[in-house]
Design a protein around this ligand. Structure first.
Ligand code: ATP
Length: 238
């Protein structure tokens, strides 16, 4: 579904991602792990049209993605849940969700939007209770649910998430990851970027390990979880 070949990403003349390849098959949940600064967000930025300065090939559903801006990428079927959630704090929860359906509003597809809203609220019932509250008053976990809900409102076929567990209490991390498993069971394809390697690999089909801009390991998530090097470097185990 998504195929990245020899991706190189630049900030000015500095290469932050140095020739990386990765693939995500339809229906898979793939975790991309790596330490702070490894280049994970940069890679997502290239896929989602946020970072224009990259070389290599990014294929999605057998089409080359090149020269598309973020709304163009959303139209192709990829939604991003950005690092730090980036919800709009003064706007209420419902309006934040509606923003995810921006393209569909322009096409006046109101019935479908209402159905999608119901689906998101079924997934995260707390968002209904908070519907008219400013999003900035939600807890960190609720804001993460809102960010995921907003991304789903765009009807993605591939959902990309940048560190959804960041800053959340362990129980909330569990809840968010359980939701991703549920979404996968419903047929959604997921690319999960995480520093929390243990949690991310536990729910993934396959994993990739990025280190200072290079892919150093890849394989079935269960194998990575028991890999000595991964254990030492990312799971805090000897
Ligand atoms: P994090 O978990 O901190 O988000 P990451 O794995 O996502 O880490 P990136 O944020 O992609 O890593 O950063 C990769 C490299 O690119 C780092 O060396 C970082 O300093 C550099 N970098 C990131 N953003 C910029 C920028 N806007 N300008 C210059 N260098 C940048």
């Amino acid at each position: 579904m998504l195929r990245i070949k020899n991706l190189k990403c630049y900030y000015g003349r500095i290469m932050a991602v140095k020739g990386v390849s990765l693939s995500v098959q339809q229906g898979e949940l793939i975790s991309l792990i790596g330490a702070n600064g490894a280049g994970k967000s940069t890679l997502l930025g290239a896929v989602c049209g946020i970072l224009p300065n990259w070389r290599g090939e990014i294929w999605f559903e057998n089409k080359l993605l090149k020269g598309l801006d973020p709304p163009g990428i959303v139209k192709k079927g990829i939604s991003l849940v950005p690092e730090g959630r980036l919800i709009f704090p003064p706007m209420n929860v419902m309006d934040n969700l509606k923003l995810g359906a921006y393209t569909m509003y322009r096409q006046k597809r109101y019935k479908e939007i209402a159905r999608d809203m119901d689906m998101v609220i079924n997934l995260f019932p707390i968002l209904k209770q908070r519907a008219s509250q400013p999003a900035g008053t939600l807890s960190g976990g609720e804001q993460q649910m809102l960010a995921i809900g907003r991304a789903l409102m765009a009807r993605p076929r591939l959902l990309a998430l940048d560190e959804p567990s960041m800053g959340l209490a362990p129980l909330m991390v569990e809840k968010i990851l359980e939701t991703l498993v549920l979404l996968k069971q419903q047929g959604l394809t997921i690319l999960l970027v995480e520093q929390n390697a243990q949690a991310a690999l536990k729910i993934a089909d396959r994993g990739y390990v990025l280190e200072t801009g290079k892919m150093v390991l890849q394989g079935p998530a269960s194998e990575l979880l028991s890999d000595t090097e991964v254990k030492r470097a990312y799971l805090g185990k000897d």
